[in-house]
Design a protein around this ligand. Structure first.
Ligand SMILES: Nc1ncnc2c1ncn2[C@@H]1O[C@H](COP(=O)(O)OP(=O)(O)O)[C@@H](O)[C@H]1O
Ligand SMILES: N[C@@H](CCOP(=O)(O)O)C(=O)O
Length: 312
């Protein structure tokens, strides 16, 4: 094989109460990567589309290629060379797992080109290296679901222990991206390192409630559990009209609404596509009231994750 084209979806990380431990994949948008074998060793970025020239062109600095360099080193394939074209289909610093989608598409494409020496799950630590470059922290709650699909839990980082939780079929996500930018690195920097016992207890209850609600298709329990008493109160200050947008989603039928990843995108979960649409339209209208354009993405939970689109 000489050529692979792969797609990796956007993701919603944290899912209200699960900072760094919960994430799920949506259907669209996502990043697409094309890689082509070349005779000389080394990885070269030949082109990037959709980034308005903002992303690094150096292979050591871009999440899409950093993960490939780590994988090649692990496999001892310093002889290998390829050319990479990245198609960015989502904004940077969006809270939609933009850097993660590039990293996952990159590592999946390269693994395929090399004849699939590693399983999907074994690619995770390499994809996490893309997040280290992008945000200074190798968190797995975007790359995990983008790679594996579905709703993912990271039970532990050391050792890495990740698994999927089944979700109700009629669960829909509305992801609304206001036209502003927040860097994950900055949004992590403002968090406190200490959490009170009271908030820890409340958060643990909601984490257990959300997983149980998803597994039992108990929409009421999902709704009651979409509460974040630790991260959201700090980060929501960075999103104009956060409280109003959240209220608009819930008043219009959403089960719950919170920050997607580190923001500025906000997501809502709803039972059924009609509620999800109504909630999303209300969120977009509420951002518009303060002069902010917002884009809505409506999707079921993507249970397949990244996929190879073409190979020859
Ligand atoms: N392929 C890539 N796609 C997106 N961002 C990248 C990529 N490679 C490096 N970065 C860097 O990562 C940062 C954006 O990542 P992050 O803030 O986590 O955004 P998001 O929340 O959308 O994932 C930017 O500084 C950007 O330059
Ligand atoms: N758990 C991370 C998730 C960041 O997601 P992103 O989509 O904003 O990159 C965090 O909350 O910092």
């Amino acid at each position: 094989m000489n050529y692979i084209k792969a797609f990796a979806p956007a993701t919603v990380a944290n899912v209200a109460c699960g900072f760094d431990i919960f994430g799920f994949a949506i259907q669209e948008p996502g990043d697409t990567v094309e890689i082509r074998r070349r005779d000389e060793p080394g990885i070269v970025i030949a082109d990037i589309t959709g980034d308005e020239g903002r992303l690094p062109r150096s292979a050591e600095k871009n999440a899409v290629t950093v993960v490939m360099l780590h994988l090649l080193k692990h496999l001892g394939r310093t002889d290998f060379g390829c050319e990479v074209v990245l198609h960015k289909n989502m904004p940077l610093g969006s809270g939609m797992g933009s850097s993660a989608a590039s990293a996952v598409a990159g590592v999946v494409a390269l693994n395929e080109l090399l004849g699939s020496p590693l399983s999907r799950k074994d690619l995770l630590p390499f994809a996490m290296e893309g997040e280290r470059i992008a945000s200074g922290s190798a968190h797995a709650d975007n790359v995990g679901p983008s790679l594996l699909g579905g709703f993912v839990v990271i039970r532990s980082y050391t050792p890495l222990d990740i698994f999927s939780v089944p979700v109700p079929e009629d669960l829909y996500c509305t992801l609304v991206h206001p036209d502003i930018e927040i860097n994950t690195k900055d949004a992590r920097y403002i968090l406190r390192n200490e959490v009170s016992l009271k908030n820890t207890i409340a958060q643990m209850g909601n984490v257990a409630g959300l997983v149980t609600g998803l597994m039992k298709s108990d929409y009421e329990l999902i709704s009651r559990s979409m509460v974040d008493v630790i991260i959201e109160p700090v980060r929501s200050i960075l999103i104009p009209s956060f409280n109003e947008v959240k209220k608009a989603a819930i008043d219009n039928g959403a089960l719950g609404c919170s920050i997607s990843g580190s923001g500025p995108s906000m997501f809502a979960l709803s039972r059924g596509i009609e509620n999800a649409t109504k909630a999303g339209e209300a969120m977009v209208r509420t951002f518009a009231e303060v002069g902010i354009d917002a884009t809505m993405h409506l999707s079921g939970i993507n249970d397949g994750g990244a996929r190879v689109l073409e190979s020859y």
